[in-house]
Write a protein that binds this ligand. Structure first.
Ligand code: HMG
Ligand code: MG
Length: 323
């Protein structure tokens, strides 16, 4: 029996945070519900971050109000719903959303730091160590609210400002995150420049630092600038990784990874991830198979809601500040 591979679609969060326009809350809810029908294991639905920093996701409380009313998200085979949080205020937002829903709608919060000081400062207005300090109350509150904590490690391969990042640096910050007691690590190629060899080297260094047993708690988050993300997935599968992030329509990018002449690139497209997993001899989706028709519908929906006024397609295919 082929092994199963976990898929987290981050398009409502990583995707919509990087769009020039603000998508209506009801449309975001429709995208989440459409993704839920596709069979992905987890949907990162939004962020409780400062709306001054990311206005595109400033409606997170309203979105979770809508999602809390969706009976199907409450069922046993529903995907896990998660939210990105930078600090105590963010996790409190997730707790409030669960209280308002009357059930544990958000069962995981994702904190984020980086292996690059420059990127970390631009993304969170804090040093790497300061972000780690901020995670201590997040972990406490998340635990009290019965929510898991994922920790993103951005720029694990390269930084848009500092250039290549040594695998040893990614490993050092990964160790600190694990020592804090996060439940899982999500290592990210934020600007999508990795080669498969670099992915393997980075994973080797991180796993040597945190222990090989941590593989089962490790996810790879790939952006796809040069069309190499699928090759990187294959390398990571060979290295034992069984959990990946992606975004329908290849949406995504961290606004604070954009530089004057380059827009931060989109995530690996979920459809491409699914095909790559199948071609490598694994089954996409942890519990159920991915429904290709439902995934295609979610992809069309995401494309339609992010296509700009000039009719150009969205996400990584968009023109302009493209990486
Ligand atoms: P700051 O300005 O240093 O924070 O920002 P502050 O504590 O001084 O607060 C400033 C204002 O924000 C205050 O409001 C706070 O209440 C409010 P004011 O008094 O001015 O009205 N505030 C908040 N509001 C809502 N929710 C919160 C929150 N916290 C403070 N949680 C801060 C520090 C971390 C808040 C800011 O830098 C921030 O929000 N950054 C988020 C950046 C972000 O979302 N980046 C994209 C996600 S990361 C990513 O995409 C990478 C990833 O995909 C992996 C990869 O690809 O690498 C995950
Ligand atoms: Mg990202």
């Amino acid at each position: 029996m082929p092994q199963r591979v976990r898929i987290t679609d981050v398009s409502p969060r990583d995707g919509l945070q990087n769009e020039p326009g603000i998508v209506q809350t009801a449309d975001k809810a429709e995208l989440v519900m459409s993704l839920a029908r596709s069979g992905v294991d987890e949907i990162e639905a939004s962020s409780f971050v400062s709306p001054k920093w990311v206005p595109q996701l400033g409606d997170a409380p309203l979105l979770f109000d809508l999602l809390g009313q969706e009976e199907t998200l409450h069922s046993a085979d529903a995907p896990m719903i998660s939210a990105l949080v930078p600090n105590e205020k963010g996790v409190q937002g997730a707790i409030d959303a669960n209280e308002a829903a009357g059930w544990r709608l958000i069962s995981k919060v994702s904190v984020f730091t980086a292996a690059s000081e420059t990127f970390c400062k631009k993304n969170t207005n804090a040093t790497i160590d300061e972000t780690l300090e901020r995670f201590i109350p997040v972990l406490q509150l998340a635990g009290a609210g019965a929510m898991r904590v994922r920790a993103y490690l951005s720029c694990a391969i390269a930084c848009p400002f500092e250039g290549p990042i040594a695998p040893a640096k990614a490993a050092e910050v990964a160790s600190k995150l694990v020592a804090l007691g996060v439940d899982e690590l999500d290592v990210a190629d934020t600007i999508g420049v990795a080669t498969p060899e670099q992915i393997t080297q980075m994973l080797d260094a991180v796993l040597e630092a945190v222990g090989e047993h941590y593989l089962e708690h490790l996810t790879l988050h790939l952006h796809d600038t040069h069309g190499r993300a699928a090759d990187c997935v294959r390398a990571a599968l060979d290295r034992g990784v069984r959990s990946f992030d992606s975004a329908v329509a290849g949406l995504g990018g961290c606004p604070f990874a954009s530089t004057a002449d380059k827009r931060a690139p989109g995530n690996i497209d979920t459809g491409l991830l699914v095909r790559t997993i199948r071609d490598a001899g694994y089954l996409p989706g942890l519990a159920t198979d991915i429904d290709d028709d439902a995934l295609a519908k979610a992809t069309s929906l995401a494309s339609a809601m992010t296509a700009d006024k000039h009719g150009r397609p969205a996400g990584k295919h968009a023109g302009g500040r493209q990486a």
